[in-house]
Design a protein around this ligand. Structure first.
Ligand code: ZN
Length: 54
């Protein structure tokens, strides 16, 4: 688990969101659509889309 590069598929637009290091609670942002994804678990990898209410 050191220096591993990987990616997550955006749940909204399907683009790949690349990351180099993850921790539970991290927020990733899709560069295509701006969707934010919160990391819930690393093993197995689980995440959820953050929905902003405005
Ligand atoms: Zn996206």
């Amino acid at each position: 688990m050191k220096g591993v590069k990987s990616k997550i598929k955006c749940p909204d637009c399907g683009s790949e969101i690349k990351y180099t290091k993850l921790q539970v609670g991290d927020i990733l942002e899709c560069s295509e659509c701006g969707t934010e994804i919160e990391i819930l678990s690393l093993s197995p990898l689980k995440y959820r889309e953050l929905i902003e209410e405005k």
